[in-house]
Ligand binder design. Structure first.
Ligand code: KG4
Ligand code: ZN
Length: 350
């Protein structure tokens, strides 16, 4: 297929606090417009659903117009519209889904309701080309942490394991809060940790003991780690000693990355799969990227991680998955496609 024959796909993302509209042609990114309401949530220490919904409502049309202008196309040029159908915040999803339906009807375009988590995997194709199948995917965001086997990204993925309590990003955000760092905490921990020693404090590695591996080989648990960090910090404060924020951040980050990378590479080796793709906001973490590449190289496993601004929520990821669905001959969704806050990981499109 020549470039001009490849589908021109517009993707809309509104599942959490980022209003994203991306446009791709095949695997080529043409536009990635983003409006964030993160500042409005910062003082609450977490995303406030009603505030997010209203912000999406205000941002969706301007973001749409910015993306079209950036790509130098009009809505008439678009071959299909993809939109995050779930999982995410119900009211926030509804704004994107309603907008996608409106544009689809007005411009007579097919619409694909897609899974946000599968989109976090698909976005890597914009940077590294088609994903070899099978691959192992490590999905680490604010709301989800999962290991998947990807045999056919257009039609279904096989969950191998997931978190049994907090998501990896949630753990970053909670630990950042107890260290007095702003929300969302992941990027702040990442930054603080650069000045610290990841080996300074031996924090626990959840579900890695021999007794846990039988039932939870590919599952994660971060709530014990978060509690261990809280106890350690409290003990310092009680003793009237300063809290070495950089060392705590680095040691916590080391514990999270150690478990994520260890389990992901175990899944690759056990399944005889040579490609690990990492997606979701936590994939932006500099230590996770470096550790995964370093350890994978020893086993001849290739690690694919998109650049940091494609890891966090954006519209390009939705367009990337839409493009893959169109190229794979998957049928569009019905016009009454839902906003499904609890969309299962195994449903790639509705
Ligand atoms: O994928 P995402 O943008 O939204 C969800 O779908 O949840 O992920 C957001 C999460 C937040 O918890 C944020 O703290 C975390 O990703 N995050 C990071 C980094 N950048 C974002 N965590 C660790 N290190 C980072 N550099
Ligand atoms: Zn996400």
């Amino acid at each position: 297929m020549s470039m001009a024959d490849e589908p021109l796909i517009l993707g809309i993302e509104t599942s959490c606090d980022e209003t994203g509209v991306g446009i791709v042609r095949g695997h080529t990114l043409l536009a990635d417009a983003l409006a964030s309401s993160v500042e409005e949530h910062a003082r609450f220490g977490g995303v406030v659903p009603e505030v997010a919904s209203r912000a999406h409502l205000e941002a969706i049309v301007p973001t749409m117009e910015r993306a079209l202008a950036e790509a130098g196309v009009t809505i008439a040029d678009i071959d299909a519209i993809a939109v995050t159908s779930g999982p995410g915040l119900a009211g926030a999803l509804l704004v994107g889904v309603a907008a996608a339906k409106g544009y689809a009807v007005a411009a007579e375009k097919p619409v694909y309701g897609v899974n946000h988590l599968a989109a976090h995997v698909a976005v890597d194709t914009l940077e590294h080309g088609p994903l070899p199948e099978p691959s192992i995917a490590l999905l680490v965001s604010g709301g989800h942490s999962s290991l998947l086997r990807v045999d056919d990204l257009a039609r279904g993925v096989t969950p191998l394991g997931s978190t049994i309590d907090d998501a990896a990003g949630e753990a970053f955000d909670k630990v950042a809060r107890l260290l007095g760092l702003p929300f969302p905490g992941g990027p702040w921990i990442d930054r603080e940790a650069r000045a610290g020693d990841g080996g300074a404090i031996a924090f626990p590695r959840g579900l890695t003991a021999a007794k846990d591996l039988a039932a939870h080989r590919y599952d994660f648990s971060f709530s014990g780690l978060k509690t261990a960090v809280a106890r350690w910090v409290e003990a310092r404060q009680r003793a009237g000693e300063p809290v070495p924020v950089a060392d705590v951040a680095a040691s916590f980050q080391e514990a999270v990355c150690d478990v994520l990378v260890g389990k992901a590479l175990d899944a690759c080796r056990t399944n005889g799969i040579g490609t690990l793709v990492i997606g979701g906001g936590v994939a932006a973490n500099s230590r996770l990227r470096a550790m995964a590449e370093h350890r994978a190289a020893k086993h001849g496993i290739r690690v694919r991680v998109p650049r940091p601004n494609l890891c966090t929520d954006n519209g390009a990821m939705v367009a990337a998955l839409g493009s893959h669905l169109v190229s794979s001959g998957v049928a569009p969704s019905r016009l009454d496609l839902p906003a499904d806050s609890a969309m299962p990981l195994t449903t790639v499109s509705v």
